[in-house]
Design a protein around this ligand. Structure first.
Ligand code: UD1
Length: 389
């Protein structure tokens, strides 16, 4: 009987991470999978467009939990996932990244005694004000197998007492996806991509451009902080036109705080993966608070200014093209102008960020699941009855 792995995805950054795992599982003789979509992100441009473009099959189970507070969202996912797992028990649950869906499904699986594999394990910002840091810590505290993207992840997990046998340095599935899609992009007709018109207009005017993304609550939920960052962006835009695909959270706050970014910053809706890649791969600089984009820019050697005080992905600064600017406007402006005026610093793509992480993960999962069966350990968890009030 093939072993069944549930692949959990819920929010936009998860989709890029499961796409290569799906491809690797499709090619594997003894493992199979089901796609569990929590529905944490639900707007078509945050969700369906990625499934289509990245070639992810339709979910086997769609929870449709939608937005809400952290507790509401996490609780709704937990209830729905527990019911589903009790009906059809998998051999393992694989969670990626650090979103609320990652946290919720790993807790449910572990309580049902289903082994949990965490992809992108061990990253730590040390910033407990960041919801993702809490999600990372809790998920890693109960996971069985840790798939790690960079040496800092190995160190943190070892320091936290995880067994060396459970920690695997495999590279990065996000980079697998990037290299795969960049190759596709190089061969496709880009005329119909939404960002092509902007690129053409800049080229026609003989101008370079920069790309902005912002969505962290710490940057966009506070009027004072968001206003200060906006001033920095407006100053930079006097020198380098900026284009800013706006996340739904950020859009709500731009309106709420009545922030006007001016004519040199072009605002668009969220972009599809290809349309966005087409845009940022040729940017003079990317200004962002995203985790994934810090890594993707490093993988392609595009200069990146991170508008955060810390990063859980230090390899992007140590070896890659990333600079941590914090949220002080003067520093954001200084670091960005420095990138524009200086020759590009030497950077390199980190070891194992070679497009083969998903294959490594799947080969390891096949082995560890086989070992579990060989040693007579239960891969069929106990059914836990729902608590009665
Ligand atoms: C979530 C993740 C974050 C990740 C980000 C990527 C957590 C704690 N946070 O943050 O780690 O970097 O996704 O985007 O899991 N909304 C829509 N349409 C959608 C999705 C969201 O309108 O399709 C709205 C929500 O209703 C909410 C806001 O956007 O008002 C934020 O969405 P939410 O899922 O709460 O968190 P993100 O900020 O997207």
């Amino acid at each position: 009987m093939p072993k069944v792995i549930y692949l959990v995805a819920g929010a936009r950054p998860n989709f890029m991470k499961i796409a290569p795992i799906v491809r690797a599982l499709n090619a594997h003789p003894t493992l199979t999978y089901k796609i569990i979509h929590t529905g944490q992100h639900y707007d078509p441009e945050m969700n369906a467009v990625f499934f289509e473009e990245l070639g992810i099959p339709q979910p086997d189970f769609f929870m449709g939990v939608g937005g809400g507070s952290h507790a509401q969202q996490t609780a709704r996912i937990m209830v729905a996932f527990e019911e589903y797992c009790q009906k059809t028990i998998p051999d393992a649950v694989l969670v990626v990244g650090d979103v609320n869906s990652t946290l919720a499904c790993s807790i449910v699986a572990k309580k049902l005694q289903i082994p949990v594999a965490h992809v992108e394990a061990g990253l730590r910002s040390g910033d407990m004000g960041m919801p993702e840091e809490i999600n990372r810590l809790v998920t890693d505290s109960i996971s069985d197998w840790f798939f790690v993207t960079e040496p800092s992840g190995m160190h943190h997990l070892q320091h936290e007492g995880k067994s060396d046998d459970a920690i695997f340095n495999v590279g990065h599935v996000m980079v697998d996806n990037l290299l795969y899609q960049a190759d596709k992009l190089s061969r496709m007709d880009t005329r119909n991509l939404a960002t092509t018109a902007y690129k053409k207009a800049q080229a026609a005017a003989g101008k370079r451009y920069g790309v902005v993304t912002l969505h962290r609550p710490s940057n966009v939920d506070d009027a004072d902080t968001f206003t200060k960052i906006s001033h920095a962006l407006k100053t930079i835009a006097q020198e380098l036109p900026l284009i800013f695909p706006v996340h739904p959270r950020t859009r709500q706050n731009l309106e709420k705080f009545a922030i006007d970014l001016g004519a040199d910053i072009t605002l668009t809706g969220p972009q599809s993966y290809m349309s966005f890649l087409h845009l940022w791969k040729d940017a003079a600089v990317v200004l962002t608070d995203s985790g994934g984009l810090q890594e993707e820019t490093t993988a392609l050697g595009v200069p990146c200014i991170t508008i955060r005080e810390n990063t859980e992905r230090p390899i992007t600064v140590d070896e890659g093209s990333n600079k941590l600017a914090g949220t002080d406007p003067a520093t954001i402006i200084h670091e960005t102008l420095d990138v524009l005026r200086s020759p590009q610093a030497v950077c390199r793509r980190p070891e194992l960020w070679d497009g083969k992480a998903a294959e490594r993960i799947v080969a390891i999962l096949a082995r560890v699941l086989e070992n579990l069966s060989d040693h007579g350990e239960k891969t069929t968890p106990k059914r836990i009855q729902p608590a009665k009030s």
